[in-house]
Design a protein around this ligand. Structure first.
Ligand code: FE2
Ligand code: FE2
Length: 472
């Protein structure tokens, strides 16, 4: 189509060419039908990533699943907004758009090992979703459907990031033997997509019945935390980092190591929060988005601790990163009780001795990274307090009741803390001197004898146990 633009200016706000804008595309009904399928895919992916965080032993995968679950939850929200703009309340977003597509995601959720899970997510589901979005850009009218086009461009950026991580993880963790063993299962996934008319439903469906393999049995959520071999001695309670942190006689520089320890130990928070999300169905989409955001923040806090150790030249395996908190909450409490404990503990972080103090120690230490990480950690915790009010307190009805219930649930765990701690699962080795020595070596300073001599475990007092595991 020939059309001279005025003074050679780009037409149509730079959105697209006249040729593109003049080409008819998807009518609203077809467009919405596709958007609903993308929504279903992101919702299922968020569910699957979250469901696998706790029982995934490999720390790097645990962290990546935390991020990828959060990204998916944001796209679920964007899609709900977009569908709502297209003459569609009622949104009908709870309906399953296609049975073979449901089986496709059920199968990935039920993948019995890492190799199949990674291949299912990063070699089938996310590429199929990306292909569907690419096809939308080809099929739709870029002027009329500009809001969808805008969202798709953002979504594809993040899908590309997820795929970049996933392809590297697959290359490292899926060997030839595993690939051969999963051939028929991958074929089943392809058949599901074919029977669904691909993820977007835009292709003529292949008329062929699909038979479930892994998802033939009902889905059972596994909420027991697992860790890889770098996390040795996970019941160890031999060092009390908070007592050191609040001791005015101890130097700030050494305290940064305890701060980094408190951060990396936070990997128990995603492990615990994932179980709340996975076992709390039928909440509004905003609940899953907010909870996923907090979960991802906590994974990020753990990685800040990891980076702190790396930057200090210290191998974090010298510390014993415990799992007492996530393990016990996940195996002894209901999802609501867990949320109550989380809220109760995080409320306690807002006082003078909480997050502000950690930031001040970080700044005073001369380690600019510790100050910076604690500053952001504090800001995140303020957000988490808000998320707690919006969902947990609102569900409980009033703030006083919400706090009291959290206190009760946490007390139940603390009451037999000693019994569980001392059941012979660990020798409570004091790992601190070796870690501090390694840091001093890297910093090029002589160890301070009083820091080296620090040897304090948790007392059985309530005040001492307040921080016993998580740092929120
Ligand atoms: Fe945190
Ligand atoms: Fe938090």
């Amino acid at each position: 189509m020939k059309h001279q633009t005025y003074r050679d200016l780009p037409p149509l706000a730079g959105l697209c060419t006249f040729n593109q804008a003049a080409r008819p595309g998807l009518m609203i009904e077809k467009c919405v039908a596709r958007l609903k399928r993308y929504h279903y895919a992101f919702k299922r992916l968020q569910e699957i990533f979250t469901a696998r965080i706790t029982a995934e032993p490999i720390y790097e995968l645990k962290s990546a699943f935390s991020l990828h679950a959060y990204l998916c939850s944001e796209h679920v929200m964007s899609l709900r907004t977009r569908v709502g703009e297209m003459r569609e309340p009622p949104l009908g977003l709870d309906a399953i758009p296609s049975e073979p597509l449901q089986i496709f995601f059920d199968e990935i959720r039920a993948a019995p090992d890492n190799a199949q899970l990674l291949a299912g997510l990063y070699e089938r589901a996310l590429p199929a979703l990306d292909a569907a979005l690419a096809r939308h850009l080809e099929d739709t009218n870029h002027l009329a459907d500009a809001p969808s086009v805008r969202w798709i461009r953002f979504a594809r950026l993040e899908i590309a990031d997820m795929l970049a991580f996933g392809s590297k993880a697959v290359a490292q963790l899926v060997d030839n033997k595993a690939r051969v063993a999963m051939t028929s299962w991958l074929t089943l996934l392809d058949e599901c997509l074919a029977a669904a008319g691909q993820l977007n439903g835009a292709i003529e469906p292949v008329e062929k019945a699909v038979t479930r393999i892994h998802s033939a049995k009902p889905h059972v959520y596994d909420g027991r935390p697992q860790r890889d071999e770098r996390f040795r001695d996970p019941w160890n309670q031999g060092v009390n980092p908070e007592a050191f942190l609040y001791d005015p006689a101890m130097p700030a520089r050494a305290k940064t190591l305890m701060l980094y320890y408190r951060r990396i130990r936070e990997i128990d928070v995603p492990e615990m929060m994932a179980s709340i999300i996975a076992q709390t169905p039928d909440k509004p989409a905003a609940y899953y988005r907010d909870m996923s955001r907090q979960l991802w923040d906590e994974a990020r806090h753990a990685m800040m601790g990891e980076v702190g150790f790396v930057a200090s030249g210290v191998d974090w395996q010298l510390a014993r990163i415990s799992w007492n908190w996530s393990y016990r909450l996940n195996t002894e409490c209901t999802p609501l009780e867990r949320h109550a404990v989380l809220y109760f503990i995080e409320q306690g972080l807002m006082g003078r001795t909480g997050k502000r103090y950690e930031m001040e120690v970080g700044v005073a230490s001369g380690d600019a990274l510790a100050g910076l990480f604690q500053d952001y950690d504090w800001a995140d915790e303020v957000l988490h307090a808000r998320i707690g009010r919006d969902w947990y307190v609102a569900a409980m009805g009033d703030p006083t009741k919400a706090i009291a219930y959290g206190d009760d649930c946490w007390s139940r765990i603390l009451n037999n803390w000693r019994a569980v701690r001392d059941q012979g699962l660990t020798q409570h080795e004091n790992w601190w001197p070796a870690l501090y020595r390694a840091a001093c070596h890297s910093w090029g300073i002589d160890p301070d004898p009083k820091v080296l001599a620090y040897d304090q475990t948790y007392e059985d007092s309530r005040a001492d146990l307040k921080h016993v595991s998580t740092s929120g």
